[in-house]
Ligand binder design. Structure first.
Ligand code: E4P
Length: 215
């Protein structure tokens, strides 16, 4: 399974990247705005830190605008992936961009049908939003399970990025369901390797070792 970091904070990226756990990075306008830095500068810096795909989102709403933006973004670094919203215009843009071999990540996906449309248009990645679906009382895990099945039924190569991840349970469950990737906020990532009983166990071992070595 691949793990992306859902952040534009370069300190978080550097720290977790040192563990060899970061296969890519996703950003969106909200995540970029949080850093208060220039969009181009921050995307280029992230691309230089991480070998894998780095998603940068377009802001235009018409296909032509998205294509123009995408062509600029794709020149910033070899690992830029252009994030395109799941709209009719977005699908039109994805179709053109896939023919130009520009990689895309179709974002704001909430149904299997939307995922299927994105795959058919030629998306490289599809991002179903888990937390936002849970917020409206819809089963986000059913979406991952069914989208996995549908993509496999027809042999689509698009990879599923589980996005809007809110907790450890999301990550564990989508891994079980066969999502290709989970993109994880920086503050959630450490929860993947932590457990209070691990900490308690280490504390106990340290105490016992001190008693033993004092003999
Ligand atoms: C990543 O690609 C998404 O933009 C992100 O995971 C959305 O997360 P949120 O629903 O917590 O804003």
């Amino acid at each position: 399974m691949k793990f992306f970091l859902d952040t534009a904070n370069v300190d978080e990226i550097k720290r977790i990247n040192e563990l060899g756990l970061v296969d890519g990075v996703t950003t969106n306008p909200t995540i970029i705005a949080k850093e208060g830095r220039d969009f181009e500068e921050v995307i280029k810096e992230i691309c230089s830190l991480v070998d894998g795909p780095v998603s940068a989102e377009v802001t235009g709403s018409q296909a032509e605008q998205m294509i123009t933006e995408a062509e600029v973004l794709a020149k910033w670094a070899r690992n830029v992936v252009v994030k395109i919203p799941m709209t009719e215009q977005g699908l039109k843009a994805v179709n053109t961009l896939s023919k130009k071999r520009i990689k895309t990540n179709v974002t704001l996906v909430f149904t299997v049908a939307q995922g299927l449309m994105a795959a058919k248009a030629g998306a490289t990645y599809i991002s179903p939003f888990l937390g936002r679906l849970d917020d409206i009382g819809t089963d986000s895990m059913a979406l991952i399970k069914n989208l996995r099945k549908v993509l496999d039924n027809y042999g689509y190569k698009a990879e599923i990025i589980s996005a809007s991840v809110r907790g450890l349970e999301h990550v564990e469950k989508v891994a079980e369901l066969g999502a290709d990737i989970a993109t994880i906020p920086g503050n959630l990532f450490p929860k993947l390797w932590s457990h209070p009983l691990t900490d308690k166990g280490i504390e106990q071992f340290e105490k016992d070792w001190a008693t033993f070595s004092n003999r």
